[in-house]
Design a protein around this ligand. Structure first.
Ligand code: MN9
Length: 310
């Protein structure tokens, strides 16, 4: 049984893919990591996206990853599968597979690399969305070329297009999308740096990389905004930004999150090339940096408690 996209709400990790040191997909590690994420009050899982290093995976590996996730998660939380690919045909193949294995929805970046025009992008989404009965969450992200608000509004006219994951920083565009799209159109904030602001302007959920490592903290931010405690939400968001920038400034963000997870005794694994991993000394420094942020800011991160317990 699969879950309804309407329940895809709140704090949603864009799940990392767990690779071993030799870059193989680590099935056991993946399962264990999913159990860790589900031990927190998350609102769903977004898999095989940018954070999942999907562009370094074959279509077969992505499908295998989805099968493992669906087997492990079942209907405990809704799972949205990113099916973006270089061709419409391949994205449809991935979408049909996600449907077969019980995903709550699919999502995709627009076709990129070549400069596709607005009609080609529209037709890509129409073809992929109509290939299954699943809701499609459009993914707007600068790395794949940002679509305009008008393009998103046009896409929302496609029946199966039910929402957008907006990883831009122009918050007024989130409001324009909410105003301009059909009632009930789902909007997700994709920029972790803007978590509390996105929540305060009424997004349905926040989907991002850092909820692999500090979901507990973002759940506190979510609850603070919902309780109208803006001073608390703002303070917590500043703290989150310190963690995010430590990750980004490491030079290999996904690999850095994986270092932190391994230090906490969790199966984070390693990144796939061409992303780089870290030397032992560099790893120690990154872990020390996370612990220092936690101590200076008085956050009490679940991950740091686990690191200290090792
Ligand atoms: O949209 C993520 N973007 C990428 C999701 O992975 C490229 C975000 O969660 C960012 O990683 C995060 C850090 O900049 O906001």
């Amino acid at each position: 049984m699969s879950r309804d996209i309407k329940d895809f709400k709140g704090v949603i990790p864009a799940v990392i893919s767990v690779f071993d040191k030799d870059e193989n997909l680590d099935e056991q590690g993946t399962r264990e990591f999913l159990r860790y994420l589900m031990s927190m009050d998350i609102g769903g899982l977004y898999v095989t996206g940018s954070t999942g290093e999907t562009w370094m995976m074959t279509a077969e590996e992505r499908m295998r990853q989805v099968e493992i996730v669906m087997e492990e998660v079942g209907d405990r939380v809704p799972v949205v599968v990113h099916v973006g690919a270089m061709s419409t045909r391949e994205a449809i193949r991935l979408a049909k597979h996600a449907e077969q294995f019980g995903a709550a929805g699919v999502s995709s970046v627009p076709p990129f690399y070549f400069k596709y025009n607005a009609d080609q992008i529209f037709n890509y989404y129409k073809d992929v969305a109509e290939a299954t009965s699943l809701p499609m969450i459009v993914y707007n992200i600068p790395l794949a070329g940002m679509m305009t608000v008008d393009q998103i509004i046009r896409l929302s006219g496609i029946e199966n297009v039910k929402g957008v994951k907006y990883t831009g920083t122009a918050l007024f565009e989130v409001m324009q999308i909410k105003d301009g799209c059909k009632p009930g159109f789902l909007v997700y904030g994709g920029c972790d740096e803007l978590g509390s602001s996105n929540i305060s302007i009424g997004v349905d959920g926040i989907i991002g990389s850092f909820y692999n490592v500090i979901a507990d903290h973002y759940i506190r931010i979510w609850n603070a905004v919902k309780a109208s405690d803006i001073p608390l939400a703002t303070k917590l968001q500043y703290q989150a930004v310190h963690v995010i920038f430590a990750g980004i400034n490491s030079g290999s963000m996904m690999a850095c999150m994986k270092v932190w997870l391994r230090a906490a005794g969790l199966p984070g694994g390693w990144s796939r090339r061409p992303f780089s991993n870290f030397t032992e000394e560099e790893e120690k420094a990154l872990v020390a940096q996370l612990v220092a942020i936690d101590e200076e800011d008085g956050i009490g991160l679940d991950l740091v408690k686990r690191i200290k317990a090792q």
